[in-house]
Design a protein around this ligand. Structure first.
Ligand code: AOF
Ligand code: ZN
Length: 357
C-alpha cells in the first residue's frame, strides 16, 4: 500500500478534478502489476495494473489507495473489471467520497465473493486527495493560501520592495505547488505592484495552472505580463459594474472576464463556485495581503502554507500577509489545526488548516 501511495503521489497535479490513485497487484509474493491514474478521462489505476498483470491477475491481491469505482464515468467501473479478472482479494486505503461511489464499489466486490479489507494507511491516503475530497463534497475548489513573509509578518518593505523575501529553495518549492494546483489566484494590486508571470517554472516542463486575477474595477494594466504572456490562460474575476469597453479590450488580448456579483467588490464565494463549474478544483492563492484577508474572512481558505524568512524588515505600514479589519478579541482569532513545519534552507514553512466553524 505504501508503494501504491507513492505511485499516486507522483501524479499529483495532473489529474484535474479527479483523485490521484495508485494500485499494486501482488501474487505469490511477487508484484505482478502496478498502475497510477495519470489523467482525467484515461484509465484508472486498477486498469493499468490489471493490464500489466495479464493472466497473472487471477488469484492476485490488489492494493488500491482509493475504493475502486462502481459507476460509469468517463471510463467503465473498476470494480467490474477486478471481478472479471478474478482478483482474489482487494485491500483499500480509503473509501471514495464521490456520492456516485461512496461504499458501493466495496459492496460490489464483496457481493462477488472478493475479500475486501478497508483502512490500510487510511489517513495518508485521505490526505493525498485533500483537494479532491473537498471539491467532490462541496463543489468548491480547495484553496491553499501560500505566502512568504519576514519574521515580522511582512510581505514587502515600507517602500513596497519584495524581491526577495524567501530563499531559492522555498521559491522552487512554490513552483511545485503551482504545478499541483489548477489555478493560481492573486489580487489586482499584486499584478500592479509586482507584475508577476504566475507560471509554474520547474526544471522540467510542467503543466500550467490557469491564472486568476481578482479585480473588481478592471484596473489590470493591459501591458501586464499575465495579459501579454501566452504560456497559459488568464481569467479576470470582476463584478457586474465592470466597464464593457475594458472587458472588450481584455478579450481582444485573449483574457476572459467573469462577472461575479453585483456589489462593488467581487463576490468571492460566487467566483469560486463559477470556477468549480468550470472544473477548476484547486487554487493556489498567492496574495496580496488584502485578498488573503478577504478570502480568510469569507471562510474560503482550506490550507495555509507560510514560508517564513529569517529577516525583520519593520515598518508600521509595510504590508502584511493577512490584511483585514481583524478581531476585537484574541478568542475570536482564526485558529489553524494540524500544524507541521518543514525547512527550506534557512526558511521555515509552516503548514496548517484554518478551523472552519
Ligand atoms: C478508481 N480508480 O484510478 C480513479 C477513480 O470520469 P472517470 O471515469 O475518470 O471517473 C472519475 C471518478 O472515478 C472520480 O470522481 C472518482 O470517484 C473515481 N476515481 N476510481 O477506482 C482510479 N481515478
Ligand atoms: Zn475506477
Amino acid at each position: 500500500m505504501r508503494f501504491a501511495l507513492q505511485l499516486a503521489e507522483k501524479s499529483l497535479g495532473q489529474t484535474g478534478i479527479n483523485p490521484v490513485v495508485g494500485c499494486v497487484l501482488v501474487k505469490d509474493g511477487r508484484i505482478v502489476g502496478i498502475g497510477t491514474h495519470l489523467q482525467r478521462g484515461s484509465h484508472h489505476a486498477e486498469v493499468h495494473a490489471l493490464q500489466m498483470a495479464g493472466k497473472e491477475a487471477e488469484g492476485a491481491t490488489a492494493y488500491v489507495t482509493l475504493e475502486p469505482c462502481s459507476h460509469y464515468g468517463r471510463t467503465p467501473p473498476c470494480a467490474d473489471r477486478l471481478v472479471a479478472e478474478k482478483v482474489k482479494r482487494v485491500v483499500v486505503a480509503c473509501t471514495d467520497p464521490n456520492p456516485k461511489v461512496a461504499g458501493s464499489g466495496i459492496e460490489k466486490l464483496r457481493s462477488h465473493g472478493i475479500q475486501v479489507d478497508v483502512g490500510v494507511l487510511e489517513d495518508e491516503a485521505r490526505a493525498l486527495n485533500e483537494m479532491y475530497n473537498k471539491f467532490i463534497a462541496t463543489k468548491l475548489p480547495f484553496v491553499t493560501l501560500k505566502s512568504a513573509t519576514t519574521l515580522d509578518g511582512k510581505i514587502a518593505s515600507r517602500t513596497g520592495d519584495s524581491k526577495w523575501i524567501s530563499g531559492e529553495l522555498s521559491r522552487s518549492r512554490v513552483h511545485m505547488l503551482r504545478h499541483r494546483h489548477q489555478g493560481i489566484m492573486v489580487g489586482v494590486e499584486t499584478v500592479i505592484a509586482d507584475d508577476p508571470l504566475l507560471t509554474a517554472r520547474l526544471e522540467v516542463t510542467s503543466l500550467q495552472p490557469v491564472r486568476l486575477v481578482v479585480d473588481s474595477k478592471l484596473r489590470i494594466p493591459l501591458e501586464a505580463q499575465v495579459v501579454k504572456d501566452r504560456t497559459t490562460k488568464t481569467i479576470v474575476l470582476s463584478t457586474n459594474q465592470a466597464s464593457i469597453e475594458q472587458i472588450l479590450r481584455l478579450n481582444a488580448l485573449g483574457v476572459e472576464v467573469i462577472k461575479c456579483g453585483d456589489g462593488p467588490r467581487v463576490d468571492l464565494r460566487k467566483a469560486l463556485s463559477i470556477l468549480a463549474q468550470r472544473e477548476i478544483g484547486s487554487i493556489l492563492l498567492e496574495g496580496g495581503g488584502r485578498l488573503n484577508g478577504a478570502m480568510l474572512e469569507a471562510g474560503l481558505v482550506d490550507k495555509i502554507m507560510l514560508f517564513l524568512a529569517p529577516k525583520i524588515v519593520g515598518g508600521a505600514n509595510s504590508p502584511g500577509a493577512f490584511m483585514f479589519e481583524g478581531f476585537e478579541r484574541m478568542a475570536d482569532a482564526i485558529v489553524l489545526e494540524r500544524m507541521t513545519m518543514e525547512r527550506f534552507g534557512d526558511d521555515c514553512c509552516l503548514t496548517g488548516y484554518p478551523r472552519l466553524e
